[in-house]
Design a binder for this molecule. Structure first.
Ligand code: IPM
Ligand code: MG
Length: 369
Protein backbone atom coordinates (compact mmCIF):
# COMPACT_ATOMS: atom_id res chain seq x y z
CA UNK A 1 0.00 0.00 0.00
CA UNK A 2 1.13 3.55 -0.77
CA UNK A 3 2.25 5.71 2.13
CA UNK A 4 -0.29 8.23 3.35
CA UNK A 5 0.34 11.67 1.89
CA UNK A 6 0.85 14.94 3.71
CA UNK A 7 0.98 18.38 2.11
CA UNK A 8 3.14 20.76 4.14
CA UNK A 9 2.28 24.46 3.86
CA UNK A 10 4.77 26.31 6.09
CA UNK A 11 3.39 29.76 5.19
CA UNK A 12 4.78 32.97 6.65
CA UNK A 13 6.68 34.33 9.63
CA UNK A 14 7.71 31.62 12.06
CA UNK A 15 5.74 29.02 10.03
CA UNK A 16 8.80 27.71 8.13
CA UNK A 17 10.95 27.59 11.31
CA UNK A 18 8.50 25.56 13.34
CA UNK A 19 7.68 23.34 10.35
CA UNK A 20 11.37 22.44 9.99
CA UNK A 21 11.14 20.88 13.47
CA UNK A 22 7.97 19.00 12.54
CA UNK A 23 9.84 17.54 9.56
CA UNK A 24 12.50 16.20 11.94
CA UNK A 25 9.77 14.58 14.02
CA UNK A 26 8.07 13.07 10.97
CA UNK A 27 11.45 11.71 9.91
CA UNK A 28 11.91 10.13 13.31
CA UNK A 29 8.62 8.24 13.04
CA UNK A 30 9.70 6.98 9.61
CA UNK A 31 13.06 5.72 10.85
CA UNK A 32 11.95 4.32 14.17
CA UNK A 33 8.27 3.43 13.96
CA UNK A 34 7.96 2.41 10.33
CA UNK A 35 5.48 5.24 9.80
CA UNK A 36 6.31 6.69 6.43
CA UNK A 37 4.55 9.54 4.70
CA UNK A 38 4.77 10.94 1.20
CA UNK A 39 5.57 14.57 1.92
CA UNK A 40 5.12 17.44 -0.48
CA UNK A 41 5.48 21.13 0.21
CA UNK A 42 3.91 24.25 -1.22
CA UNK A 43 3.25 27.93 -0.57
CA UNK A 44 0.37 29.62 1.22
CA UNK A 45 -0.35 33.12 2.49
CA UNK A 46 2.11 35.93 1.92
CA UNK A 47 4.72 33.49 0.61
CA UNK A 48 2.30 32.41 -2.13
CA UNK A 49 1.38 36.02 -2.83
CA UNK A 50 5.04 36.94 -3.30
CA UNK A 51 5.55 34.09 -5.76
CA UNK A 52 2.21 34.04 -7.57
CA UNK A 53 0.22 37.16 -6.70
CA UNK A 54 -2.38 35.10 -4.83
CA UNK A 55 -2.37 33.68 -1.27
CA UNK A 56 -3.34 30.25 -2.60
CA UNK A 57 -3.05 29.03 -6.20
CA UNK A 58 -5.66 26.74 -7.72
CA UNK A 59 -2.93 24.12 -8.11
CA UNK A 60 -2.13 24.20 -4.38
CA UNK A 61 -5.83 24.08 -3.57
CA UNK A 62 -6.20 20.99 -5.76
CA UNK A 63 -3.22 19.33 -4.06
CA UNK A 64 -4.73 20.03 -0.64
CA UNK A 65 -7.94 18.32 -1.77
CA UNK A 66 -6.09 15.23 -2.93
CA UNK A 67 -3.78 14.47 0.02
CA UNK A 68 -4.60 12.56 3.20
CA UNK A 69 -3.79 15.54 5.43
CA UNK A 70 -2.50 19.10 5.25
CA UNK A 71 -0.07 20.53 7.82
CA UNK A 72 -0.04 24.32 7.91
CA UNK A 73 2.36 26.66 9.74
CA UNK A 74 1.02 30.22 9.89
CA UNK A 75 -0.02 33.00 7.53
CA UNK A 76 0.25 36.79 7.53
CA UNK A 77 2.64 39.54 8.43
CA UNK A 78 3.04 43.31 8.39
CA UNK A 79 4.44 43.27 4.84
CA UNK A 80 0.97 42.30 3.64
CA UNK A 81 -1.11 44.69 5.76
CA UNK A 82 -1.83 47.07 2.89
CA UNK A 83 -2.77 44.44 0.32
CA UNK A 84 -6.25 44.39 -1.12
CA UNK A 85 -8.55 42.33 1.13
CA UNK A 86 -9.09 39.69 -1.59
CA UNK A 87 -5.40 38.73 -1.69
CA UNK A 88 -4.49 39.06 1.99
CA UNK A 89 -2.62 36.01 3.36
CA UNK A 90 -5.59 35.06 5.56
CA UNK A 91 -7.75 34.57 2.44
CA UNK A 92 -5.57 31.59 1.52
CA UNK A 93 -6.23 29.93 4.86
CA UNK A 94 -9.95 30.68 4.73
CA UNK A 95 -10.18 29.27 1.20
CA UNK A 96 -8.58 26.02 2.37
CA UNK A 97 -11.02 25.73 5.26
CA UNK A 98 -14.04 26.55 3.10
CA UNK A 99 -13.29 24.49 -0.01
CA UNK A 100 -12.14 21.46 1.98
CA UNK A 101 -15.33 21.93 4.04
CA UNK A 102 -13.42 21.59 7.33
CA UNK A 103 -16.38 22.35 9.53
CA UNK A 104 -15.11 21.02 12.88
CA UNK A 105 -12.11 22.82 14.32
CA UNK A 106 -10.77 21.02 17.39
CA UNK A 107 -8.74 23.24 19.71
CA UNK A 108 -7.62 21.42 22.83
CA UNK A 109 -6.39 23.55 25.72
CA UNK A 110 -4.31 21.39 27.99
CA UNK A 111 -2.10 22.68 30.75
CA UNK A 112 1.13 20.73 31.06
CA UNK A 113 2.04 20.35 34.75
CA UNK A 114 5.47 21.80 34.17
CA UNK A 115 3.92 25.01 32.85
CA UNK A 116 1.16 25.59 35.40
CA UNK A 117 3.26 28.32 37.01
CA UNK A 118 3.52 30.24 33.76
CA UNK A 119 -0.16 30.91 33.29
CA UNK A 120 -1.32 34.42 34.05
CA UNK A 121 -3.94 32.72 36.25
CA UNK A 122 -3.36 31.11 39.63
CA UNK A 123 -1.83 27.67 39.48
CA UNK A 124 -4.79 25.81 41.03
CA UNK A 125 -7.10 27.34 38.42
CA UNK A 126 -5.14 25.84 35.51
CA UNK A 127 -3.18 22.84 36.82
CA UNK A 128 -4.49 19.69 35.15
CA UNK A 129 -6.71 21.65 32.78
CA UNK A 130 -7.88 19.63 29.77
CA UNK A 131 -10.67 21.13 27.70
CA UNK A 132 -11.58 20.90 24.04
CA UNK A 133 -13.09 23.75 22.09
CA UNK A 134 -14.96 22.67 18.97
CA UNK A 135 -15.26 25.71 16.73
CA UNK A 136 -17.48 25.73 13.63
CA UNK A 137 -15.10 26.71 10.84
CA UNK A 138 -16.87 27.04 7.50
CA UNK A 139 -19.80 29.37 8.10
CA UNK A 140 -21.11 32.15 10.32
CA UNK A 141 -19.90 35.71 10.05
CA UNK A 142 -16.60 34.68 8.42
CA UNK A 143 -18.43 33.65 5.24
CA UNK A 144 -22.04 34.92 5.44
CA UNK A 145 -23.53 37.02 2.64
CA UNK A 146 -24.21 39.88 2.17
CA UNK A 147 -20.82 41.23 3.09
CA UNK A 148 -18.65 44.14 2.02
CA UNK A 149 -18.03 47.86 2.33
CA UNK A 150 -20.22 50.21 0.30
CA UNK A 151 -21.23 53.86 0.03
CA UNK A 152 -24.42 55.24 1.52
CA UNK A 153 -26.42 57.99 -0.23
CA UNK A 154 -25.51 60.50 2.47
CA UNK A 155 -21.79 60.09 1.84
CA UNK A 156 -21.06 57.73 4.73
CA UNK A 157 -19.82 54.20 4.21
CA UNK A 158 -21.21 51.01 5.66
CA UNK A 159 -19.37 47.73 6.46
CA UNK A 160 -21.46 44.58 6.51
CA UNK A 161 -20.92 40.97 7.57
CA UNK A 162 -23.68 38.47 8.05
CA UNK A 163 -23.98 35.91 10.80
CA UNK A 164 -25.76 33.01 9.14
CA UNK A 165 -26.18 29.37 10.18
CA UNK A 166 -28.36 26.62 8.73
CA UNK A 167 -29.82 23.62 10.54
CA UNK A 168 -27.33 21.20 9.00
CA UNK A 169 -24.32 23.41 9.65
CA UNK A 170 -25.21 23.53 13.33
CA UNK A 171 -26.11 19.85 13.60
CA UNK A 172 -22.95 18.47 12.02
CA UNK A 173 -20.52 20.40 14.24
CA UNK A 174 -22.67 19.57 17.25
CA UNK A 175 -22.35 15.87 16.46
CA UNK A 176 -18.55 16.23 16.34
CA UNK A 177 -18.63 17.79 19.80
CA UNK A 178 -20.83 15.04 21.27
CA UNK A 179 -18.68 12.32 19.69
CA UNK A 180 -15.56 13.81 21.28
CA UNK A 181 -17.30 14.25 24.62
CA UNK A 182 -18.15 10.55 24.73
CA UNK A 183 -14.43 9.77 24.58
CA UNK A 184 -13.59 12.34 27.25
CA UNK A 185 -15.60 13.72 30.17
CA UNK A 186 -19.02 13.22 28.53
CA UNK A 187 -20.00 16.90 28.91
CA UNK A 188 -20.74 19.53 26.25
CA UNK A 189 -21.33 23.22 26.85
CA UNK A 190 -22.72 25.11 23.85
CA UNK A 191 -22.01 28.85 23.62
CA UNK A 192 -23.92 31.47 21.60
CA UNK A 193 -25.77 34.74 22.12
CA UNK A 194 -29.36 33.51 22.01
CA UNK A 195 -30.31 36.51 24.14
CA UNK A 196 -29.64 38.95 21.28
CA UNK A 197 -29.20 36.99 18.02
CA UNK A 198 -31.72 34.89 16.06
CA UNK A 199 -28.83 32.78 14.78
CA UNK A 200 -28.08 32.11 18.44
CA UNK A 201 -31.66 31.01 19.10
CA UNK A 202 -31.49 28.58 16.19
CA UNK A 203 -28.08 27.37 17.38
CA UNK A 204 -29.47 26.57 20.82
CA UNK A 205 -32.55 24.83 19.40
CA UNK A 206 -30.56 22.67 17.00
CA UNK A 207 -27.93 21.71 19.57
CA UNK A 208 -30.78 20.70 21.87
CA UNK A 209 -32.40 18.69 19.05
CA UNK A 210 -29.20 16.72 18.37
CA UNK A 211 -28.81 16.10 22.08
CA UNK A 212 -32.34 14.82 22.63
CA UNK A 213 -32.46 12.70 19.49
CA UNK A 214 -28.94 11.34 19.22
CA UNK A 215 -26.82 11.92 22.33
CA UNK A 216 -29.11 11.94 25.40
CA UNK A 217 -26.36 10.13 27.35
CA UNK A 218 -24.04 13.17 27.16
CA UNK A 219 -24.53 16.02 29.62
CA UNK A 220 -25.42 19.26 27.79
CA UNK A 221 -25.47 22.83 29.04
CA UNK A 222 -25.86 26.19 27.28
CA UNK A 223 -24.11 29.44 28.04
CA UNK A 224 -24.09 32.91 26.53
CA UNK A 225 -20.71 33.38 24.92
CA UNK A 226 -19.82 36.48 26.96
CA UNK A 227 -20.46 34.57 30.16
CA UNK A 228 -18.46 31.72 28.63
CA UNK A 229 -15.43 34.01 28.25
CA UNK A 230 -15.78 35.04 31.87
CA UNK A 231 -16.20 31.46 33.09
CA UNK A 232 -13.13 30.38 31.10
CA UNK A 233 -10.91 32.65 33.16
CA UNK A 234 -12.85 32.18 36.41
CA UNK A 235 -12.90 28.37 36.61
CA UNK A 236 -12.02 26.69 33.30
CA UNK A 237 -12.04 23.18 34.76
CA UNK A 238 -15.87 23.27 34.84
CA UNK A 239 -15.72 22.58 31.08
CA UNK A 240 -15.03 19.41 29.10
CA UNK A 241 -16.05 20.10 25.48
CA UNK A 242 -17.22 23.54 24.37
CA UNK A 243 -19.04 23.84 21.03
CA UNK A 244 -19.47 27.25 19.47
CA UNK A 245 -19.65 29.17 16.20
CA UNK A 246 -16.85 30.46 14.01
CA UNK A 247 -16.37 33.96 15.44
CA UNK A 248 -17.04 33.17 19.10
CA UNK A 249 -14.79 30.14 18.69
CA UNK A 250 -11.97 32.28 17.35
CA UNK A 251 -12.11 34.52 20.41
CA UNK A 252 -12.83 31.91 23.06
CA UNK A 253 -10.04 29.65 21.81
CA UNK A 254 -7.41 32.40 22.13
CA UNK A 255 -8.69 32.97 25.63
CA UNK A 256 -8.51 29.26 26.47
CA UNK A 257 -5.08 28.97 24.89
CA UNK A 258 -3.61 31.62 27.14
CA UNK A 259 -4.83 29.72 30.22
CA UNK A 260 -2.19 27.14 29.43
CA UNK A 261 0.69 29.57 29.67
CA UNK A 262 1.61 30.23 26.06
CA UNK A 263 -0.03 30.38 22.65
CA UNK A 264 3.08 28.53 21.49
CA UNK A 265 1.73 25.30 22.93
CA UNK A 266 -1.68 24.93 21.32
CA UNK A 267 -2.37 22.69 18.30
CA UNK A 268 -5.55 22.34 16.28
CA UNK A 269 -7.23 19.93 13.90
CA UNK A 270 -9.77 20.99 11.30
CA UNK A 271 -11.85 18.07 10.13
CA UNK A 272 -14.42 17.59 7.37
CA UNK A 273 -16.43 14.70 6.00
CA UNK A 274 -14.78 11.32 5.36
CA UNK A 275 -12.99 10.82 2.03
CA UNK A 276 -13.02 7.60 0.01
CA UNK A 277 -10.22 6.26 2.22
CA UNK A 278 -12.49 6.66 5.25
CA UNK A 279 -10.16 9.36 6.61
CA UNK A 280 -11.74 12.75 7.20
CA UNK A 281 -10.65 15.69 5.09
CA UNK A 282 -8.16 17.28 7.45
CA UNK A 283 -5.83 20.17 8.06
CA UNK A 284 -3.63 20.55 11.14
CA UNK A 285 -2.21 23.87 12.29
CA UNK A 286 -0.97 25.57 15.44
CA UNK A 287 -3.35 28.10 16.99
CA UNK A 288 -0.59 30.73 17.13
CA UNK A 289 -0.02 33.17 14.30
CA UNK A 290 3.02 34.06 12.21
CA UNK A 291 4.69 36.07 15.04
CA UNK A 292 6.56 38.54 12.78
CA UNK A 293 8.24 40.13 15.81
CA UNK A 294 10.36 37.02 16.44
CA UNK A 295 10.64 35.60 12.93
CA UNK A 296 14.04 34.29 11.91
CA UNK A 297 15.58 34.56 15.36
CA UNK A 298 15.29 30.94 16.48
CA UNK A 299 12.97 32.04 19.27
CA UNK A 300 9.76 30.41 18.10
CA UNK A 301 8.27 27.54 20.07
CA UNK A 302 7.73 24.58 17.71
CA UNK A 303 5.60 22.61 20.19
CA UNK A 304 2.17 23.80 18.94
CA UNK A 305 3.07 22.72 15.42
CA UNK A 306 4.56 19.42 16.61
CA UNK A 307 1.42 18.74 18.70
CA UNK A 308 -0.61 19.47 15.56
CA UNK A 309 1.25 16.60 13.88
CA UNK A 310 0.38 14.47 16.92
CA UNK A 311 -3.28 15.31 16.27
CA UNK A 312 -2.77 14.21 12.65
CA UNK A 313 -1.43 10.87 13.88
CA UNK A 314 -4.53 10.48 16.05
CA UNK A 315 -7.35 11.82 13.86
CA UNK A 316 -6.14 11.09 10.30
CA UNK A 317 -3.87 8.08 10.66
CA UNK A 318 -5.45 6.18 13.54
CA UNK A 319 -2.17 6.10 15.46
CA UNK A 320 -3.35 7.25 18.86
CA UNK A 321 -0.54 5.32 20.58
CA UNK A 322 2.15 7.07 18.54
CA UNK A 323 0.42 10.42 19.13
CA UNK A 324 0.58 9.74 22.87
CA UNK A 325 4.27 8.81 22.52
CA UNK A 326 4.94 12.24 20.98
CA UNK A 327 2.82 14.08 23.54
CA UNK A 328 4.62 12.25 26.37
CA UNK A 329 7.99 13.17 24.88
CA UNK A 330 6.95 16.82 24.98
CA UNK A 331 5.71 16.46 28.55
CA UNK A 332 9.09 14.92 29.44
CA UNK A 333 11.22 17.71 27.99
CA UNK A 334 9.06 20.37 29.63
CA UNK A 335 9.31 18.60 32.97
CA UNK A 336 13.09 18.52 32.50
CA UNK A 337 13.07 22.29 32.10
CA UNK A 338 13.44 22.78 28.34
CA UNK A 339 12.05 26.24 27.58
CA UNK A 340 11.81 28.36 24.47
CA UNK A 341 11.67 32.10 25.13
CA UNK A 342 7.86 32.24 25.32
CA UNK A 343 7.92 29.71 28.17
CA UNK A 344 10.17 31.66 30.50
CA UNK A 345 8.32 32.98 33.52
CA UNK A 346 8.86 36.39 35.09
CA UNK A 347 12.00 35.09 36.81
CA UNK A 348 13.65 34.56 33.43
CA UNK A 349 16.24 31.89 32.74
CA UNK A 350 18.02 30.95 29.56
CA UNK A 351 15.88 29.78 26.68
CA UNK A 352 16.76 27.19 24.09
CA UNK A 353 16.25 27.79 20.39
CA UNK A 354 13.55 26.47 18.10
CA UNK A 355 15.79 23.77 16.68
CA UNK A 356 17.20 22.83 20.09
CA UNK A 357 13.63 22.24 21.26
CA UNK A 358 13.12 19.96 18.26
CA UNK A 359 16.34 18.10 19.13
CA UNK A 360 15.47 17.48 22.79
CA UNK A 361 12.05 16.18 21.76
CA UNK A 362 13.80 13.78 19.36
CA UNK A 363 16.04 12.65 22.24
CA UNK A 364 12.98 12.04 24.40
CA UNK A 365 11.42 10.04 21.56
CA UNK A 366 14.60 7.95 21.33
CA UNK A 367 14.36 7.29 25.06
CA UNK A 368 10.74 6.14 24.63
CA UNK A 369 11.75 3.16 22.49
C1 IPM B 1 -7.32 31.42 13.83
C2 IPM B 1 -6.84 32.70 13.21
C3 IPM B 1 -7.53 32.90 11.87
C4 IPM B 1 -9.01 33.08 12.15
C5 IPM B 1 -6.97 34.04 11.01
C6 IPM B 1 -5.49 33.93 10.79
C7 IPM B 1 -7.70 34.14 9.69
O1 IPM B 1 -7.04 33.78 14.08
O2 IPM B 1 -7.18 30.37 13.20
O3 IPM B 1 -7.82 31.48 14.96
O4 IPM B 1 -9.49 34.20 12.41
O5 IPM B 1 -9.72 32.09 12.07
MG1 MG C 1 -7.75 33.21 16.02
Amino acid sequence: MANPSILILPGDGIGPEVMAEVRKIIGWFGENRNLNFDLSEDLVGGAAYDAHGTPLTDATMAKAQSVDAVLLGAVGGPAYDDLDFSVKPERGLLRLRKEMDLFANLRPAQCFDALADFSSLKKDVVAGLDIMIVRELTSGSYFGEPRGISDLPDGQRVGINTQRYTTNEIRRVTRSAFELARKRGNKVCSMEKANVMESGILWREEVTWVHQNEYPDVELSHMYADNGAMQLVRWPKQFDVIVTDNLFGDILSDCAAMLTGSLGMLPSASLGVPMESGRPKAMYEPVHGSAPDITGQGKANPIACILSFAMALRYSFDKGGEAARLENAIETVLAAGARTADLLGPEGGSPISTSEMGDVIINALDASL
